[in-house]
Write a protein that binds this ligand. Structure first.
Ligand SMILES: Cc1cc2nc3c(=O)[nH]c(=O)nc-3n(C[C@H](O)[C@H](O)[C@H](O)COP(=O)(O)OP(=O)(O)OC[C@H]3O[C@@H](n4cnc5c(N)ncnc54)[C@H](O)[C@@H]3O)c2cc1C
Length: 562
């Protein structure tokens, strides 16, 4: 069903067992899980799917080694398990990531953990090699013998500088350990959603529809494309609005104070020297005031982040000039010979962590664990209202499973399917060895009479999801985009038609890496407007308007150089 048909369906019949508000990774994960159990479920997002915090993460699939210091052992253990699962379930997008910590002191930070337990720590302190060694051993022990990632290694000053010649020579050691990198975070989220829909004709996800009100047994939804509102009658509501949870509850008529979010920003830099200096490792570094920062090579660019600042309204989260100054300053501590120029910043992004309200002394110390805060039926609503507070991208599957179990319990249903080892999207039947990948590419190349190079690009971009796309591209008159020749016209049509694209930036920011890597130009926007517009029935004026709107957003919120 398309967007209008789904809306029409609920205008005809308001009843729906489960309504999920928010299509970030936690909402989408819960949606897929419930869909797999055969439950009728409706998900709405006020904007595009995966456009809130879930589009603003550091793209690390990680256990969160530094949360050990906060004593969050349960969370780290669960997240390491989920990291391993994601490497196995989404091998097309999640790859093991060598992460290197440059260490400048031997003993600092040793007392952090005991002091935290005793409630004496006011702010994090720079961690020395001893405490990092202890932490990494514990971290490795959580990985166990799964073989998903190698164990950590310590290097002395000389060994470190041999491997990273541009690194600050004052370092004492470096430690290299492994986590996961998710290059295409937004694509994972969208494939999770589509997987749910493939299995259940009664699972429907709508972007650009917001929850705007409620009465005892109804929730009012507003289609942001037309301004029209309609009511649904859910048995249970899941508020998965991340940093907007309290805003949604207020709109529904119930004040809450679950979220005390902090903003984090990143810049994306096009600097060859810096890219090469990382040697493909994420450099995970701790600044003198204890804040963790990263320099992370990804898709030919380098992501530099992040910050941790308390913020009131998630809509205000954009990367500030001060944050950029801070990023440029600390990257010099690690790579003193490499200068990042402001004009090398091709993109920036910011998001708000949906952390629980807390009286911790610093943002870094607020718990990163996830909780389902339940508002029972009674005073405000006839339905139970679940609120998905906190959590990490990495552990979305576990959190979603816990929420889905609680939901099934409430609506008197049972679990039939587990998501634990279930492949995601183009991770299904993914060939793991280089030889198997080569054979897969050759077979499809012959079948579609398309060059192996082009099929290789599609395989890298979509995993085994490349197959239906290559077949579709081969089944008509296709050509490379004039202004992004790595993509083709029919590929854009396919994405628009099958992945719920409503506006141009849905494709540029969340179905591809074109915006993040700074490849968007005025000309590309026009070309996209024509292709997407033809598919969605936009006339010339609407195409021009959509291109202008997309540009304004990319420039004002993401520092795109268009
Ligand atoms: C700077 C930063 C770095 C991070 N790095 C990592 C990392 O490297 N690894 C990791 O595992 N985790 C990381 N995280 C944490 C992770 O990104 C978040 O925990 C996760 O994305 C939260 O997802 P969510 O679905 O709860 O929220 P969101 O993704 O914000 O989704 C909420 C959705 O609700 C929608 N919404 C709001 N109001 C309404 C309404 N009225 N009606 C309908 N929809 C509505 C929004 O549009 C939004 O799409 C990071 C977070 C930040 C901020």
């Amino acid at each position: 069903m398309n967007r209008n048909q789904i809306i029409e369906k609920y205008k005809q019949n308001r009843e729906v067992p489960v309504l999920i508000i928010g299509g970030g990774i936690n909402g989408l994960g819960t949606y897929r899980d419930l869909a797999l159990q055969g439950i009728e479920v409706l998900l709405v997002d006020q904007a595009d799917f995966c456009s809130g915090t879930s589009a603003a993460s550091s793209r690390m699939v990680h256990g969160g080694i530094r949360y050990l210091e906060n004593g969050e052992f349960r969370l780290v253990k669960e997240a390491v398990h989920e990291r391993n699962r994601l490497i196995q379930n989404a091998p097309h997008y999640v790859k093991p990531l060598a992460t290197t910590i440059p260490i400048f002191t031997r003993f600092s930070g040793m007392l952090n953990a005991p002091m935290k337990f005793l409630g004496m720590l006011t702010k994090p302190a720079e961690r020395g090699s001893f405490i990092i060694k202890v932490g990494l051993q514990l971290y490795d022990s959580y990985t166990g013998d799964t073989g998903t990632v190698p164990k950590h290694k310590f290097w002395n000053n000389q060994q470190s500088l041999r491997h990273f010649p541009d690194m600050n020579p004052d370092l004492v050691n470096t430690a290299t350990y492994y986590d996961g990198s998710m290059r295409d975070a937004e694509r994972i989220a969208i494939e999770v959603m589509l997987d749910g829909e493939k299995e259940n004709p009664n699972a429907h996800a709508l972007n650009y529809v917001s929850a705007t009100g409620a009465s005892r047994n109804t929730v009012t939804l507003t289609d942001r494309e037309t301004g029209e509102s309609f009511d649904v009658e859910p048995q249970l509501v899941i508020n998965a609005a991340g940093p907007w949870i309290d805003f949604v509850n207020k709109a529904l008529g119930k004040e809450s104070n679950f979220i005390g979010g902090t903003k984090g920003s990143h810049i994306v830099v096009d600097n060859r020297k810096l890219f090469e200096a990382t040697r493909g490792h994420e450099i995970f570094f701790e600044n003198e005031d204890g804040r963790v920062v990263l320099i992370y090579p990804l898709a030919g660019r380098v992501i530099v982040g992040t910050t941790d600042v308390f913020i009131e309204d998630p809509a205000d989260a954009v990367c500030s000039e001060d944050e950029i100054d801070y990023f440029l300053e600390f990257s010099k501590i690690v790579f003193p010979k490499i200068q990042i120029k402001r004009e090398e910043i091709v993109y920036s992004f910011s998001g708000v962590r949906p952390l629980p309200t807390s009286d911790a002394n610093t943002a870094a110390q607020v718990s990163r664990d996830h909780h389902n805060r339940i508002v029972e039926p009674g005073e405000h609503f006839d339905f139970p209202l679940f609120n998905l507070v906190g959590g990490k991208w990495t552990s979305f599957r576990a959190f979603s499973e816990q929420v889905a179990d609680a939901t099934l319990d409430r609506i008197g249903e049972v679990r039939h399917e587990s998501t634990d080892t279930r492949p995601i999207g183009g991770g299904r039947d993914y060939p793991l060895t280089e030889e198997a990948q080569e054979a897969w590419i050759q077979t499809l190349s012959q079948e579609t009479e398309t060059s192996a190079e082009r099929i290789g690009t599609l395989f890298d971009r979509y995993g085994t999801g490349a197959r239906p796309i290559a077949l579709f591209c081969a089944d008509g008159d296709d050509r490379p985009l004039e202004h992004a020749p790595d993509y083709s016209e029919r590929e854009v049509v396919w994405l628009t038609r099958t992945e719920k694209v409503v506006h141009i930036n849905d494709l540029l920011q969340r179905r591809s890496l074109l915006a993040l890597t700074g490849q968007v130009t005025e000309e590309l926007l026009q070309e996209m407007a024509r292709l997407i517009g033809t598919e969605l029935g936009w006339d010339k004026a609407r195409q021009a308007e959509e291109a202008e709107k997309a540009k304004a957003e990319l420039v004002s919120r993401h520092r795109a150089r268009i």
